[in-house]
Design a protein around this ligand. Structure first.
Ligand SMILES: *Cc1c(COP(=O)(O)O)cnc(C)c1O
Length: 493
């Protein structure tokens, strides 16, 4: 093709026009022009750094294409157990930026923050109503930080009463953050095995060091997706020995509007607003893990606390009994506002619908797949169900093979290898926001994968085939981890 004649065509060059956008090779910074503040030993001596110099459209296409290679709730069914990857109504995202709440600054005088403080106080009240607790703090930024706050409160409470107790009892079906938070707060986590039905039995406490027990931390529903039905009896027994009961309520969806943790005997509970209450979850945050406590523990809640005063609402910054500050300012305010909108949008009936639908969907998955995959605990579940790879293991297939093959069928895999008490676990949480059609399509994919495991296991062992990156060598990645971006020379090799 002939080059157009510049004079005749409409093309002309502007001083900043780059006729050939592409890779520009940058030479090391010339020695004589190096800023004197950079020490000699830090200056790159060899190798050239390639910086792409691209036009805007190419950059937009690159990043849009990258975003489309990912799996997300907006694009795919995402049944990642214990994580509640549900759909959060877009109305929530749209509403808050339209109000002046998103333009406030934490250093503004309280007189100008009355609307925000009132909204946050209402959220505290909604969470109090849903949990049955006497006080709520919105401070913690995540479920795990809520756990730490709760345990520090237990510690402060015991210290104030001059009681020396060091143990926190944790069932083997608890979330992994529970023992970690206990250790961080200076307690000794002691594991209690669950009973044959996958839940705690009061008699299992017989061999526990009850005299030295500060608290028990019960994840309810537990990580098998089962309701800890004996929690009131267990709480009674621990209360009689002067111990407290912490309920991990990160997975509150199936209990919403039906079961108040307080009625189960809990003294402290945390909520995950980014799982249960309409704030998107993933990408590392932001989240919010408010805690609710009974009256006796409320003086120890973190500061600041929202208070009613003569001049309206204000933030109480100091309180000698408080465990102190957990973070800057009032909490992750935008996440908190999303939870407020979510609760107001749904109302109590809507929240109850969340609970019932989450339970219905999980039990439907459980019943439909139980002949195809091994179901270790065959009882009614709450919002998620746990299978194992035992049937497929006979053909040399593991959970990871099943998970990777599901990607080819267009589904994000369930959680695998957790909970630890089920070897080869496959933990499925369909959530309440999926349609029956989507769940059916997922079930057909799970059945197809099980059939392949039996008839053509090598297909599963090589999966995935349709993703931008196919099966990676996990053993080699473990043994020879490459923690920096490869240089251009290494890439060419
Ligand atoms: C997700 C989860 C947590 C931890 O919450 P983060 O916000 O991720 O810190 C704790 N417990 C249970 C049961 C969970 O599912």
């Amino acid at each position: 093709m002939q080059k157009p004649d510049r004079k005749d065509s409409l093309l002309f060059e502007l001083p900043w026009h780059s006729p050939n956008p592409g890779l520009v090779v940058c030479k090391p910074y010339p020695k004589d022009r190096r800023p004197p503040s950079i020490p000699e030993e830090l200056v790159r001596k060899e190798g050239t750094l390639e910086l792409p110099s691209l036009d805007e459209l190419s950059v937009v296409r690159h990043f849009t294409s990258l975003s489309q290679k990912n799996f997300s709730v907006d694009t795919h069914f995402y049944p990642l157990g214990s994580c509640t990857m549900k759909y959060n109504p877009k109305a929530i995202e749209v509403l808050i930026p339209r109000t002046r709440l998103s333009k406030l600054h934490p250093y503004m005088p309280h007189a100008l923050l009355q609307g925000l403080l009132q909204t946050l106080q209402e959220l505290e009240q909604y969470l109090m109503a849903l949990s049955g607790m006497d006080a709520v703090s919105l401070q913690p930024s995540a479920g795990a930080q809520g756990e730490l706050a709760g345990l520090l409160i237990i510690k402060a409470y015991l210290q104030a009463k001059n009681i020396q107790k060091t143990v926190v009892l944790i069932p083997d079906t608890a979330h992994g953050t529970n023992p970690a938070s206990s250790s961080l707060a200076g307690f000794k986590p002691v594991v209690i095995p669950s009973g044959p039905n996958g839940i705690l039995e009061p008699s299992l406490l017989d061999s526990a060091p009850l005299d030295d027990t500060a608290a028990i931390m019960i994840t309810n529903p537990n990580t098998l997706g089962l309701f800890e039905a004996h929690m009131p009896k267990i709480a009674e027994r621990l209360h009689a020995r002067g111990a407290l009961v912490y309920m991990d309520g990160a997975n509150l969806n199936p209990l919403l509007g039906f079961v108040q943790p307080r009625r189960l005997g809990a003294d402290i509970v945390h909520f995950n607003l980014h799982k249960t209450f309409g704030a998107p979850h993933g990408g590392g945050g932001p989240g919010a893990g408010p805690i609710g406590v009974v009256q006796e523990l409320s003086p120890y809640l973190p500061v600041p606390r929202i208070e009613n005063g003569k001049e309206g609402l204000s933030l109480q910054q100091e309180n000698p009994e408080s465990i102190g500050r957990l973070r800057a300012f009032f909490g992750n305010v935008l996440v908190l506002l999303k939870a407020w909108v979510y609760i107001r949008l749904l109302g109590l009936d809507g929240l109850r619908n969340v609970a019932m639908t989450s339970i219905l969907n999980a039990n439907y998955v459980k019943e439909r797949l139980k002949g195809t995959y091994h179901l270790p605990f065959d009882t009614a579940c709450m919002h998620e169900c746990v299978f194992s790879d035992r049937v497929q293991a006979a053909y040399g297939i593991k959970t990871a093979d099943i998970a990777k093959r599901l990607l080819d069928y267009g589904f994000h895999p369930p959680t695998i290898a957790f909970p630890l008490i089920v070897p080869g676990a496959l933990m499925i949480e369909p959530t309440e926001t999926e349609t029956l059609e989507t769940i059916e399509a997922f079930l057909r994919a799970m059945e197809a994968v099980a059939k392949e495991a039996e008839e053509a296991p090598e297909v599963l062992r090589g999966a995935p085939y349709t993703t931008p990156v196919s099966r990676v060598d996990e053993v080699r990645a473990n043994r020879e981890p490459r923690l920096v971006h490869p240089t251009s020379q290494e890439k060419k090799r």
